[in-house]
Write a protein of this length. Structure first.
Length: 557
């Protein structure tokens, strides 16, 4: 955790500010090595597959085996990151990746590699990567202060793009001089610094006084929070559509080198490096862009620039001009994705940060995967140039999405609010007692009725994303000033969680609603245990499990 007593004498918008914090600096440098190793290993795996089979489909499956786990386990991985110590989760995930890398090295060195075994081990490493990503990304806010979080997110993008710029080239040299087994071995070695960096991180855990959720319930909680959070839904939708439209560049890069530039592997390496270099430049300038533009304006500028760059690539037959266009495309592509990533991180409270970032990963991966398939089909029927021009057109039109799905303001992260004391309880309750019905009575003057009703629509989303269901607001027909908010929680334990998931802005919204209340008496809250038919013990000899369950330990209000 960040030491608040430490002097904060740095520029919050400076891109290097997060590197002044030792834990983040260690992990970032080690992550750079790990990213280099992963990309070198990808080159080695693809080359090893070409030596075993002439099937293009099986060669392409290497990348699929590495990326498919992100789609399959993104949300469970995010839930695990939120339920457990994120440092431990990242260490376990890295151990899985390391085991896969070591096994692949041994199998290749022994000469026992088969196409199926290669794909299985790549899938194992991809699963470790998918498990590690939400834990690592959501833990960044614990390593740097909130003011430097956007810079830290940008630096993470720089780490990957530096690796993407040089990793394939280094991997190609290693494979050419020492074989695929050398690339696999280096990848295994490059995991070790990150394991050490995470081991040295003295994370200060803040355990909840409530039992953790089951994995299935945690996934449901994450999905429910996202679906009831307008800002996160907007960011994820824009992320998915941007990935689907802009994924044409990465999907068609080999064909750009072969069909438009009439080059070979060297040309492909040059333009791939240009895109990666542009990505690094874009990440370096993200702080300046955020200072000069709001989120929506920045995303629109990136989309328009990306559309122009894709059109230039489509119409160019000169490698230098194509490389220049890809330099711009890489820069604005990284800026846009970083803005989306920051938007998700700053919109989600800590208890659901891992699941929100997992949803972001699924959105960008799914968008690129679907888009790549679509652009590939279009290329087969109409050619590379037509596919790129279609992508360019859609990208140039994408800023119109802002008319309906405007990017939420990107500001400092919303802080978690202090835990509330448990309400007064005189009925013996267990953790599974429920459903619980909550009624909150407000007395609102009639001239403020419409304004109060509007505020309560936001309160509805607040309650629902934190765990409530069946929300309603009713007005007494005999006493028009009396309003009753009503909602359910599945169990007593779910209600306690719902009370303590609020952020400071959530509590501020509660105060806004309560400010409409008039009269000498305070807002009245009733908490009732719903008793459906058959739920009460009618016979004394029926065992009661209350004594073995969790009872309220702080009955104060």
């Amino acid at each position: 955790m960040i030491d608040p007593s430490r002097p904060q004498n740095f520029s919050s918008d400076g891109i290097i500010a997060p590197l002044r914090f030792r834990t983040y600096r260690r992990v970032w440098l080690a992550s750079l090595l790990a990213n280099l190793g992963i990309l070198m290993q990808s080159v080695g795996a693809a080359w090893a597959m070409t030596q075993m089979t002439s099937s293009a489909d099986q060669v392409a499956l290497v990348q699929t085996a590495l990326m498919l786990p992100i789609m399959l386990i993104a949300m469970p991985a995010g839930a695990i990151a939120d339920m457990h110590d994120r440092r431990i989760v990242a260490l376990v995930a890295l151990s899985i990746e390391l085991c896969g890398a070591v096994a692949l090295t041994i199998v290749e060195w022994s000469g026992f590699t088969t196409p199926t075994l290669l794909l299985v081990l790549c899938f194992v490493m991809g699963s470790g990567m998918a498990l590690r990503a939400p834990a690592w990304q959501s833990s960044v806010s614990e390593q740097v202060p909130p003011a430097t979080l956007p810079a830290a997110v940008a630096l993470n993008g720089i780490s990957y793009n530096i690796a993407r710029s040089f990793g394939p080239a280094i991997g190609g040299i290693v494979v050419a001089t020492a074989g695929a087994v050398a690339a696999f071995a280096l990848n295994a070695w490059f995991y070790l610094p990150l394991l050490v960096a995470l081991f040295l991180w003295k994370r200060v855990a803040e355990p909840s006084r409530l039992p953790r959720e089951q994995l299935s319930r945690a996934i449901v909680s994450g999905v429910r929070y996202i679906t009831n959070s307008p800002s996160i839904k907007i960011v994820l939708t824009r992320t998915f559509l941007t990935g689907m439209i802009g994924g044409s560049i990465s999907a068609l890069m080999p064909l750009i080198a072969r069909d438009l530039l009439h080059g070979g592997a060297q040309t492909y390496g040059v333009i791939l490096g240009a895109f990666g270099l542009g990505a690094v430049v874009g990440a370096l300038f993200i702080g300046e862009v955020r200072k000069r533009m709001n989120g929506e304006a920045a995303v629109r500028a990136c989309a328009l620039s990306m559309g122009g760059a894709i059109a230039a690539v489509a119409l160019s037959d000169n490698p230098t001009m194509t490389a220049a266009a890809l330099l711009l495309a890489g820069a604005v592509w990284t800026m846009a994705l970083t803005l989306f990533n920051i938007g998700v991180q700053l919109s989600a409270p800590r208890w659901v940060a891992g699941r929100s970032l997992a949803a972001y990963q699924a959105a960008i991966s799914g968008g690129i995967a679907i888009g790549s398939w679509g652009w590939g089909r279009l290329t087969d029927s109409a050619g590379v140039e037509v596919a790129l021009l279609a992508s360019s057109t859609l990208m140039l039109l994408s800023p119109l999405l802002g008319l309906w799905l405007r990017m939420p303001p990107i500001s400092a992260s919303d802080q978690d609010a202090e835990s509330l004391a448990d309400p007064e309880v005189r009925l013996a309750l267990t953790a599974r007692s429920g459903p619980l019905v909550v009624e909150i009575e407000y007395r609102v003057s009639q001239e403020n009725a419409r304004a109060f009703h509007d505020v309560m629509q936001d309160v509805q989303l607040l309650r629902q994303r934190n765990g409530a269901y069946g929300w309603s607001i009713a007005r007494d027909i005999a006493d028009p000033e009396l309003w009753t908010e009503r909602y359910h929680c599945p169990t007593w334990l779910d209600y306690l969680r719902q009370r303590n998931r609020s952020t400071q802005s959530d509590r501020a919204l509660d105060r806004r609603a309560a400010a409409f209340h008039v009269g000498p008496d305070p807002v009245r809250v009733r908490r009732m245990l719903e008793r459906p038919f058959g739920s009460v013990r009618w016979k004394e000899d029926v065992p009661d499990r209350t004594a073995s369950e969790i009872l309220p330990d702080n009955p104060k209000r």
